[in-house]
Design a protein around this ligand. Structure first.
Ligand code: FES
Length: 569
């Protein structure tokens, strides 16, 4: 046991480590022979999607004790997507750094990772992978389906829809306000196939959860049983020395990308998977998402790409039923936390409702995985989610309407004199990792009111930021390099023609190379960029990598392991 280095022996130091930890625990707890398991708990009242994780932690604890381990609750930095300004993404890497350092610095042999809201599972996985002690994820699970006036409510997605309906006059402000109390029906994270649901499914496809756990609703008692079982399993994993980097191979990332396509998952998974792979030492690239995932058919009929919600997916058979349909695309060598192939026993997993999970040979949409675009606007790449886009806009040429910041956008988008029509391409810059900073979810810019009133509900939009996994539209995002890093996005001018061709995987500004090379960012563009002078934002801007590399800090890629040779006393 790694923890024996703290607890065994008869020195002054081992006395200190044991004595302070006893606190009524059995004498056998700190003899250096029982696995010490930290439960990395992102419960927080300001992360409402994770409020219930203390209850899950208790079930995990029971399982750890039962299997002979010793559990420790370790509260971790928690990032609440709905509250944090300027964006929770600004602190994903800070949270991952805290996870890494707190695991490494403590007398721990294995970890259980409790996450839910968007950034919590990614940051836990990034940090734990860099330390590489045995680890298992327990996703906190989605909330139950909500309803409003007889129709189903999808978290996030219906907020975007309702806000547009109020602006176009289709919904009254009174109904909009009344719907607010129906939006969140129970404990758990957003119930659409947004980023939290996606990352729960991705964690399982990577092999980092017990098979069949992803998508279990937060309010379902089976989640507590699975949490108990996860506590039991981590103790065995310590004894087997089964570590994240044994599981997180290229095969595991292949399976995650295939799953991402089949479930119609969030584009945010792209930056998170690239960052996790960077920690695991796996050479995953942006192009792998297109190569492995873009031709996977959409099988899951969930908002924002479809109709249903996570509770329906669980009822219809869950992620394993989806994986069974795409089994021939999965890597057979990848293993999970059981030490067994992820594909084991998938065959024959039943689908109980094929209006929620479609058969492979009768998909909801062909080739719906995330597509990677390149061109003179995005030399290092950009992504689009065709499943959430308007098919008629996937090949489109239009004149640019440029916004320097999200504040500039909000100030002008509903100006009746704004030169915009249904063929326009909205361009928003200054929203990348360095420029905002933190790469917020602002890319799905609202449609101008005067177009909404004409029944136009989608436009091609291009941005160096991200988009909420619950959002929809023909949005080209994660443009790399971003405007603040001198990317060509900073050179686009109002009226420039932009050509999007998703089948050809291109996004281009229709000007000559010579003209593009001669352009420089305007003062307005430079003025709109963040200029922090101190603290985390300063460090972040100096070290954050671009979207096509996963937006991790350059010095956090890779792994330094779990060694802590120096004592504290
Ligand atoms: Fe937490 Fe959506 S706000 S998952």
């Amino acid at each position: 046991m790694r923890s024996a280095d703290w607890f065994s022996g008869n020195t002054k130091d081992s006395y200190i480590h044991r004595a302070w930890m006893r606190r009524g625990n059995p004498d056998s707890a700190f003899t250096g022979t029982r696995p010490q398991i930290a439960i990395l708990n992102t419960a927080s009242d300001l992360t409402p999607c994770n409020m219930h994780l203390d209850e899950i932690a208790q079930s995990v604890k029971n399982g750890i004790w039962e299997a002979g381990g010793v559990p420790h609750n370790l509260p971790m930095l928690s990032l609440g997507e709905s509250n944090l300004r300027p964006t929770a993404m600004l602190w994903r890497n800070l949270a991952a750094m805290a996870v890494e350092e707190m695991i490494r610095g403590n007398p721990i042999d294995g970890v259980v990772l409790l996450g839910g809201c968007d950034k919590t599972i990614p940051s836990l996985l990034m940090g734990a992978t860099s330390v590489n002690l045995p680890a298992i994820v327990v996703p906190g699970g989605p909330m139950l389906n909500g309803t409003f006036k007889g129709r189903q409510l999808g978290c996030g997605t219906d907020v975007w829809r309702f806000a547009a309906d109020v602006r176009s006059g289709k919904m009254s402000e009174a109904d909009f306000n009344e719907s607010e109390s129906s939006m969140i029906r129970s404990k758990g994270h957003c119930n659409t196939m947004g980023t939290a649901s996606t990352m729960g499914c991705v964690a399982e496809a990577l092999g980092m959860t017990l098979p069949g756990l992803a998508g279990t609703p937060a309010a379902d008692s089976r989640l507590l049983k699975a949490s108990h079982d996860s506590g039991r399993r981590i103790v065995e994993m310590v004894k087997e020395d089964l570590k994240p980097q044994d599981i997180l191979t290229m095969g595991a990332f292949t399976n995650a990308i295939v799953a991402l396509g089949a479930i119609g998952g969030s584009t945010n998974a792209v930056v998170h998977l690239l960052a996790i792979a960077g920690r695991a030492g796996v050479n995953l690239t942006l192009d792998d998402f297109d190569r492995l995932g873009s031709r996977i058919p959409l099988l899951v009929n969930l908002l924002p790409a479809g109709e249903h919600l996570m509770e329906d997916l669980f009822r219809a058979g869950g992620l394993r039923a989806v994986l069974a349909e795409v089994e021939h695309h999965l890597d057979r060598s990848a293993i999970n936390v059981m030490g067994r192939p992820t594909v084991e026993n998938l065959k024959g997993t039943p689908i109980y409702d094929d209006t929620v999970i479609a058969r492979y040979n009768k998909p909801i949409q062909l080739e719906a995985g995330i597509a990677v675009l390149r061109g003179n606007i995005a030399p290092d790449g950009a992504v689009i989610k065709p499943a959430a886009a308007s098919p008629k806009l996937l090949v489109h040429t239009g004149a640019a309407v440029v916004f320097e910041s999200i504040e500039d956008f909000h100030a002008r988008i509903d100006d009746p004199d704004l030169d915009v029509d249904e063929n326009s391409v909205l361009v928003l810059r200054g929203c990348g990792p360095k420029g905002y900073p933190g790469m917020p979810e602002v890319s799905n810019m609202a449609i101008p009111k005067k177009l909404l009133e004409k029944g136009i509900d989608d436009l091609v939009r291009i941005c160096d930021g991200r988009m909420s996994g619950t959002a929809f539209g023909t949005v080209v995002l994660h443009v790399s390099p971003e405007a603040a890093a001198g990317g060509p996005l900073s050179h686009i001018r109002n009226g420039d023609l932009i050509e999007l061709n998703v089948p050809a995987r291109t996004i281009n500004l229709k000007i000559s190379d010579a003209e593009l090379a001669a352009r420089t960012p305007s003062e307005a563009t430079l003025d709109a960029l963040a200029k922090p002078t101190r603290g985390w934002e300063r460090m972040y801007i100096d070290h954050v990598q671009q979207a096509h590399l996963g937006v991790d800090l350059d010095f956090l890629r890779g792994s330094t392991g779990s060694a802590t040779p120096r004592e504290s006393h």
